[in-house]
Design a protein around this ligand. Structure first.
Ligand code: BG6
Length: 479
């Protein structure tokens, strides 16, 4: 069956930086279904050749060493363009006509990728529906919707309603590129394709869990977006809660879209609702020095570029185990890691050594040094019963040859093949907002909590270290 992927917002940054390079790599690896075409749609008046030429340049830049003229030449033949406006029904009718001409008369599979400004997600879904392009009588029709999905629970639920009035849920693919990362998928493999971790993956053995997504970059030229988003909407509602769900979920009955998503949603449903006291004590926000001087940032902006929080998951597995989540821009280094901190041994039989006895720790390095480390105590040779912490260290780059694929490769292929396991479901997105909304509302009350300043290149505000210490724990600040 012919496949088409139509990118709305084709002249945008994401298309050039991520979508086209990912589709091109899929082509190079021979993974794109035969007879696939990529059609761009946006207001810029490109011809097919002009769009191809602009993509040649951008893909050369973003694909780097993974670009070669021959395979690009083949791939470029699959690229087409249709200028159009999301508000114009005639433009959708013409686009549909062009797709039918390219695909031929029979059945076809189509993916509509909404990579536009978020305010166009609803209108685009509506136009696709009204023009009959969501109708599946001539083959599968799927819509991929980029983040941010709404700006709070209410807008997300309205957007879901608009989308659902034209597409059934099985046709909707809400993308979160963190789910396309190899190491995030490997977290499921680590937990559910091994038998040694699951028995200890619970409150009986785990003291707490830390999830950190630190970025070295600042907001760059994205102030317009970032001032309205801030760190909670930009990173927590989506990426960080996704990492938490996969860390905390029960084993699904099988690896398929609904069983996986059922278990993930249950985690969010079990998150203890925050009282005003918890919101004050257990959430923390910061802003890097110099943020207020960034272009287009309000001089008195309270936007958080760093946040940390403690969540509780009220179920049998996790009762009493805090989950510490944090993320920030302009931090010490780029690192995403999940740290499982186990309990200390219940009784120390080696005299005078208990002070050195660090709890065991499993560190899942999501990026950039993808791997897993297990920290455990080992006897120092020839020094009585002294011991110190040592590591079992698994690194992807030592174990597997070849570069890690971009998250978008996996996700685009899954969308083309109709596998929604790594995409968020409607209820999941709304449940994630129900955790973030009270925090955002609480932070709107002036100085609740204060916005702590931090120097660029640090692990967030000093106060966040103190905040953690008060709980008798320490952040795992390792690049
Ligand atoms: C995006 C955020 O979703 O994720 C960005 O909007 C952030 O602000 C990016 O920088 C981080 O993604 P990654 O894959 O580089 O960790």
């Amino acid at each position: 069956m012919p496949h088409s992927i139509v990118i709305f917002g084709a002249s945008g940054d994401l298309t050039q930086r991520k979508l086209i390079p990912a589709l091109y790599q899929l082509h190079r690896k021979g993974r794109l279904p035969d007879d696939t075409r990529v059609v761009g749609f946006s207001r810029t008046k490109f011809t097919h050749d002009e769009w191809r030429a602009s993509l040649t340049e951008s893909t050369q830049k973003f694909a780097g060493d993974n670009f070669d003229a021959e395979s690009w030449g083949e791939f470029a033949q699959k690229i087409f363009y249709h200028p159009g406006d999301i508000g114009q029904a005639e433009d959708f009718a013409e686009l549909d006509k062009m797709l039918v001409e390219l695909e031929g008369d029979g059945e076809s599979e189509r993916v509509y990728y909404l990579s536009t400004a978020p305010r166009f997600y609803g209108p685009a879904a509506e136009m696709l529906g009204k023009s009959g392009m969501a109708d599946e009588s001539n083959g599968p029709r799927r819509v991929v919707i980029e983040k941010p999905f709404g700006t709070d629970g209410e807008t997300a639920s309205k957007l879901n309603a608009v989308v659902h009035s034209h597409f059934a849920e099985h046709q909707v693919y809400r993308i979160d590129h963190y789910l396309g990362k190899e190491t995030v998928q490997n977290l499921m493999v680590l937990r559910f394709a091994n038998s040694i971790f699951e028995p200890i993956w619970n409150r009986n053995y785990i003291n707490h869990v830390q999830i950190t997504v630190a970025e070295e970059v600042d907001i760059g030229s994205r102030a317009g977006y970032y001032e309205t988003a801030g760190i909670i909407r930009d990173m927590f509602q989506n990426h960080i809660l996704q990492l938490m769900m996969i860390t905390a979920m029960e084993a699904p009955v099988k690896y398929a879209a609904d069983p996986v998503r059922d278990e993930k949603v249950k985690v969010l449903q079990a998150v203890r609702p925050m009282t005003p006291e918890m919101l004050t004590a257990d959430t923390f926000r910061g802003q890097y020095d110099g943020y207020l001087q960034e272009k287009d940032v309000a001089p008195d902006s309270q936007t958080a570029t760093f946040a940390a929080m403690k969540l509780w998951i009220d179920n049998w597995r996790w009762q009493g185990v805090p989950f510490y989540l944090r993320s920030g821009k302009a931090m010490s280094c780029r690192t995403t890691q999940i740290v499982i901190r186990f309990r200390r041994p219940p009784h120390m039989l080696f005299e005078n050594t208990s002070r050195n006895c660090e709890a065991n720790q499993l560190v899942i390095q999501v990026q950039p040094a993808e791997g897993i480390q297990m920290h455990f105590q080992t006897k120092v040779p020839d020094q009585g019963m002294r011991f110190r912490q040592t590591d079992l260290d698994f690194r992807y780059d030592r174990e597997f040859r070849g570069v890690m694929p971009e998250a978008y490769e996996r996700l685009l292929l899954d969308a083309l093949e109709g596998d929604a396991s790594l995409f968020a479901r409607a209820d999941e997105v709304e449940a994630a907002w129900s955790i973030c909304d009270p925090i955002l509302q609480h932070w709107q009350n002036e100085n609740q909590p204060p916005v702590y300043k931090y120097e660029r290149g640090f692990w967030g505000p000093m106060e966040s270290t103190e905040w953690m210490r008060e709980t008798g724990r320490e952040w795992f600040d390792t690049c």
